[in-house]
Design a protein around this ligand. Structure first.
Ligand SMILES: [Zn+2]
Length: 500
């Protein structure tokens, strides 16, 4: 084994590669106990890097600001946070040119209202030339790079400021504290990390990370055959929380239900994918915990977090967020998220359209007591829709699965205007009658389309192991656009959404 390893490393040294690639190869060949030591050492260093003075100062600040009640106080706080973002923007080629064309300076954009003198920024503009949005001064002391998942095009390269990770972590820590989850409480992580090589057939596809008191489990090895071992290991680990992609938690919950297993986790933190109402129901019912969902994006322009009362709050210390009526939607409570992040000075994006939509059905005061704005539902990406032969755009098709048993997970694929393929991973209880009902449910929402159901053993994931419920390659016909003028915006600048 050691000779194989040294040969592999030698080959790696001969080829252009990075230290990180080499580290991954080394990790892959180590025995499980050594992998856990290496993993723990990695996360120990990461923890020391992130849990720094910036993190602690920000967390203290957030624990204080969540008690603000006066909209003027929120607005004043956002103005303070906006200033370094706009100053950084003025150092970037894109905004230098834009400010010159508009005849304004950064001093003219000192308030949430002032931001509205700028046009909305679409993702494609950033994707074409990300370097136009980078402030070299903010990156002078080091920066990191992240990539979007790129499922709707090439991944977008996002440059993050040196203190961004610590600031972001403070928002996560505050949400954990809302349900009393402490820094050292035991947790399971079930996301897209390749903890164990995908080709491995080990019966224990998980590793301890002692630095964070967590058990990291591979989401790639979860199947009807292995689910029993997962549930058993989780119960023996006795975690306070599960941190997971919605699709991973849903898959685990589906197997627990269908195989009659026992699995109890008090809190489930989901993020990185749109959590559907059906997934929420399946997860909470079968894993026995309460979900706290988080919506954000790699571009670091917005955060929407569920509080302990289940309300989705737009986090006012993270961004200045506007909700713009969605073009092409006939629903009057559906809005695009347009947001200005208040954390990342390395790549400031002002009034950035994230490509995701939300539903807002009236302003509600949350029982948690925080005066943060709230939304009703995160609807997800504007391209997670099916186009019907009549040209209608239909989203949120998860309701078509409601009440159907034996579907561990599924994915809708559309490559033709008149035809759908539905991939289904069947579980206990799935049969022809369930399949016929699924087709009927979809037809009732989409009209007369050819719907072909394919039973598969697993559904491939995209970059970072992320799951997509709908993949459509159908070009969208232009839809009548509702007004997106400043007068029609719904803004969230302070205590509650303000409709103008
Ligand atoms: Zn609340």
């Amino acid at each position: 084994m050691m000779s194989q390893l040294s040969t592999r490393i030698r080959r790696s040294m001969q080829n252009p590669t990075t230290v990180r690639d080499l580290g991954k190869q080394l990790y892959t060949h180590l025995p499980p106990s050594a992998q856990e030591i290496l993993l723990s050492a990695y996360f120990f260093r990461k923890r020391r890097r992130i849990h720094n003075e910036v993190f602690h100062a920000k967390l203290t600040e957030l624990r204080a600001s969540e008690h603000l009640q006066d909209p003027d106080e929120f607005r004043a706080m956002q103005c303070v946070l906006l200033k370094p973002i706009v100053s950084a923007a003025a150092n970037t080629p894109h905004y230098r040119d834009l400010f010159a064309r508009l005849g304004i300076t950064s001093a003219d954009i000192s308030t949430p209202e002032g931001l509205r003198s700028l046009p909305i920024l679409d993702k494609d503009v950033v994707r074409r030339d990300p370097a136009q949005f980078v402030d070299p001064i903010a990156c002078a002391n080091g920066s990191t790079v992240a990539f979007t998942s790129g499922s709707t095009g090439s991944p977008l390269r996002v440059v993050l400021a040196p203190d961004y990770e610590a600031l972001e972590e403070a928002f996560t820590a505050r949400q954990c504290a809302w349900v009393g989850l402490g820094d050292r409480d035991r947790r399971i992580r079930l996301r897209g990390d390749l903890i164990v090589p995908g080709s491995s057939t080990t019966a224990k596809p998980w590793r301890r990370n002692f630095a964070d008191n967590e058990l990291r489990m591979s989401s790639y090895h979860l199947s009807p055959k292995t689910a029993r071992y997962y549930a058993d290991r989780i119960m023996r680990f006795s975690p306070q929380a599960l941190i997971a992609y919605p699709s991973s938690a849903n898959l685990l919950a589906s197997f627990v239900r269908d195989l009659g297993l026992k699995c109890r986790i008090p809190f489930i933190f989901t993020s990185s994918e749109t959590l559907t109402s059906l997934q929420r129901e399946t997860i909470e019912r079968n894993l026995g915990g309460v979900i706290l969902d988080h919506y954000g994006c790699t571009e670091a322009t917005v955060a929407i977090q569920q509080c302990e009362r289940g309300t989705y709050h737009v986090v006012p210390e993270y961004s200045i967020t506007e909700f713009v009526p969605t073009s092409g939607s006939t629903a009057h409570d559906v809005f695009d998220i347009v947001s200005t992040g208040l954390l990342n000075t390395a790549m400031p994006l002002l009034r950035y359209r994230t490509g995701d939509r939300v539903r807002i059905a009236g302003d509600q005061r949350c029982a948690c007591g925080r005066a943060f704005p709230s939304i009703t539902e995160i609807l997800g990406r504007d391209d997670d829709i099916v186009v019907t032969p009549r040209g209608d755009h239909v989203g949120r098709l998860d309701h078509a699965y409601k009440g159907l048993s034996g579907i561990a997970e599924s994915q809708i694929r559309q490559e033709s205007p008149s035809e759908l393929r539905v991939l289904v991973v069947p579980s206990t209880g799935y049969n022809d009658a369930v399949e016929a009902q699924l087709i009927a449910n979809l037809r009732s929402r989409l009209g007369d389309m050819d719907i072909l159901v394919e039973r598969v053993s697993a559904i491939p994931r995209g970059r970072n192991g992320k799951f997509r419920a709908v993949i459509s390659t159908i070009p969208r016909s232009p839809q009548p656009s509702r007004s997106t003028s400043a007068e029609s915006l719904t803004d969230v600048c302070a205590g509650s959404p303000i409709r103008r």
